[in-house]
Write a protein that binds this ligand. Structure first.
Ligand SMILES: CC(C)(CO)[C@@H](O)C(=O)NCCC(=O)O
Ligand code: NA
Length: 657
């Protein structure tokens, strides 16, 4: 019985692979059959224009009200006065782009609902940032998250973190701006580069005019549009398929409902372990230490408000995930696994999603426009966060330390110019994305893991291991390099393996997709099987699921950092800058006697040195309004050292005068 089922599955997979490989030459060339091209009505264009105009309007409003964006505190940190509701909506918007809105349904349509289990990772992936990262980072009153790395280690580690963040974000925003433009082009024939230019320019403009306040408030508006667009597609789709029960029957028949896959194999692309455990590290690298998010926590009025906003992300993120997964299922029920790559002139699953959506929404005036607005909202909110956070780190980490005497007016002007230049760079990056061929979701998640993972490792090393010393600079870097090398470049060889895991289709849907030459199909599949089954240990290591990149790179950096620290003489507790260590081991090992804990150097309490209650409202002009300890150090020309405790309240006092 078992061998029979196995061979049947293999046969249907073989057929599918054949169907895919037939047309997998240039997935990014869209030569769509004009007869199936969808058209926008006037009302669709109006809705789209309203989105852009409203975003611009919010930007202008914040440019002309409040402090009129005349200080870097206002432009980059929103005066540290935000409430938790806008912050939480802005937090989901940062990493929820058109990539997820198109990529997740494409994933569900092709591989079933296994991806949905990433929702389990949201629990720890948000609790840990709320109770570990936010308290440490907020109390240090930073502007850039990477300042932490200097306080804890050294200037070089900080620069390393900053440069890595810039690298990650620049590539990612290329994907973000490209995806919706590509989608729109594929289906309506709308000029691809025209759409890229429009998004990039509008976004650059409102970000450069209105600063972080505009970014956060446009995020709120855009998140609502995003949810509305997805909801509209689902409602229409369910109606066209014949109701919820019909949708359920079809996806069930089509084998799209995945059960919990507990396969421990780390090379398996999506299992509960890769998604639910590997995903936690992905979430930590995004919601714990990524500047875009940290900047939002830091812009909150109080620490409590920041923690609350992190909690509020949970339901919204679950909703976003559920909507995109349901969209995939509804699409599957409606189109029964059809392919359409011939009509579409592209094998991109992402383009197909748009094709289906536009097809469903045809003849319902305004809805295609709403969906396109939804895609562009998602993209705009992500890119604007990227521009603003890039401007912040470039200013705070790369420029200000070298020009401590820069006037506030000049610093603000420079920050605006930086936001602008990153906007233009983003357009160039869109072109690079044009040349990639992988599903956009996978590209984005790989970037997060490959580049974000090592940075997460540096933060964890600093926060949880008081012994780690500043020599980690070299360790961290070589660690992250090994991360890129091992897990980035080699993955291409194993692309076949995820194609071959495509779920089989039900009998009555299969004909559309599959070609009929069975022997060729079986040969192709066998070829894939041998290719994707790693023959040696190393090869097996290279085919690690991309969902593990973040965790793997994080642990590599921690391990290398610890080894180097112990070899070069571990840091003493009294040398560690107060407030930079989270007493994780002390909390985990609470059952140990005091003296043992002390020996393990894990009792450093999280000091309330810079508590929110103590803080003065940033009303002063000059500098960036707040003198943080490292600026004090910098002006004395020191790279790093520990700030005498007695000095801290003094600095606090002095700046508030
Ligand atoms: C970041 C996660 C994993 C959080 O659920 C999700 O939003 C996602 O898959 N994002 C993909 C990247 C993007 O949408 O741009
Ligand atoms: Na977004």
């Amino acid at each position: 019985m078992a061998p029979l089922t196995g061979s049947l599955t293999r046969m249907s997979r073989a057929k599918e692979n054949q169907a895919f490989s037939d047309c997998s030459r240039d997935p990014k060339t869209i030569k769509m059959d004009p007869s199936v091209q969808k058209h926008f009505t006037v009302i669709d264009y109006v809705i789209f224009a309203v989105l852009l105009a409203a975003s611009m309007g919010i930007g202008l409003y914040h440019a002309l009200t409040g402090g009129r964006q005349r200080t870097t505190q206002e432009f980059l940190m929103a005066d540290r006065s935000m409430h938790c509701l806008p912050v939480s909506l802005s937090l989901i918007a940062s990493f929820q782009s058109a990539v997820a809105i198109i990529g997740v349904p494409a994933e569900i349509y092709t591989h079933g609902t296994q991806y949905w289990f990433i929702g389990c990772a949201y629990i720890l992936g948000l609790l840990i940032p709320a109770h570990v990262f936010i308290p440490v980072l907020y109390r240090l009153r930073l502007s850039s998250a990477y300042e932490y790395l200097e306080l804890r280690f050294s200037k070089a580690v900080r620069i390393c973190g900053t440069v890595t963040f810039i690298f990650q974000t620049v590539i990612y925003m290329g994907v973000c701006v490209y995806t919706p433009a590509f989608a729109l082009n594929a289906v309506t024939g709308f000029e691809l580069w025209g759409a890229v230019l429009a998004t990039g320019l509008v976004c650059t403009l409102y970000t450069a005019l209105g600063g972080l306040k505009a970014v956060i408030w446009t995020d709120v508006f855009q998140t609502v549009v995003m949810f509305a667009g997805q909801l509209a597609v689902i409602v229409v789709g369910v109606q066209q398929t014949g109701g919820v029960s019909e949708v359920w029957r079809k996806v069930k028949e089509g084998n799209r409902i995945s059960t919990l896959d507990l396969n421990p194999d780390p090379t398996e692309r999506h299992t509960f372990w890769t998604l639910g455990v590997g995903g936690v590290f992905l979430m930590l690298s995004l919601y714990g230490v990524n500047q875009a998010q940290v900047q939002r926590y830091l812009s909150s009025r109080t620490e409590k408000e920041a923690v609350r906003s992190c909690y509020m992300v949970f339901p919204s993120l679950q909703l976003a995930l559920a909507l995109s997964c349901m969209m995939g299922l509804v699409m599957f029920a409606r189109y029964c696994g059809e392919d359409h790559s011939d009509q579409l002139g592209s094998t991109s699953r992402d383009a197909m999603v748009i094709f289906f959506v536009m097809d469903m929404l045809q003849g319902l005036p305004g809805l295609p426009g709403l969906f396109v607005a939804c895609l562009f909202s998602a993209a705009l909110s992500t890119i604007s966060s990227a521009f603003n956070s890039l401007a912040t780190v470039t200013m705070e980490d790369l420029i200000k330390p070298h020009y401590p005497a820069m006037t506030e007016a000049r610093a603000t002007l420079l920050s605006k110019a930086l936001a602008m230049s990153y906007g233009l760079l983003c357009l160039a990056m869109a072109y690079l994305t044009h040349l990639m061929d992988d599903s956009v979701l996978q590209v984005a998640l790989k970037i997060f893991g490959m580049v974000g993972g090592p940075v997460l490792g540096l933060f964890c090393l600093g926060m949880f291991f008081p012994w780690a010393n500043s020599t980690v600079r070299s360790g961290g870097r070589s660690g992250s390099r090994s991360g890129f090398g091992f897990l980035g470049i080699r993955h291409r060889e194993h692309r076949h393996s995820w194609l071959s895991s495509t779920r089989p289709l039900p009998p009555d849907c299969r004909g559309v997709v599959l070609s009929d030459d069975m022997t060729a199909a079986i040969q192709a599949a066998l070829g894939n099987v041998t290719l994707s089954r790693p023959s040696s240990g190393l090869k097996r290591f290279y085919s690690l699921s991309y969902m593990w990149y973040s965790a793997f790179n994080c642990f590599s950096v921690i391990l290398i950092g610890l080894i180097i620290s112990f070899l070069t003489g571990p840091m003493k507790e009294e040398d560690v800058m107060p407030g930079t260590v989270y007493p994780l081991l002390g909390k985990l090992l609470c059952f140990l006697p005091e003296h043992l804990k002390k020996k393990l150097c894990c009792v450093t309490p999280l000091r309330q040195t810079f508590s929110a209650q103590q803080r003065q409202p940033p009303q002063h002009k000059g500098n960036n309004g707040l003198v943080s300890p490292q600026e004090d150090e910098l002006s004395q020309g020191e790279t790093h050292s520990f700030l005498p405790e007695a000095l801290t309240p003094f600095v606090e006092h002095e700046t508030s005068v």
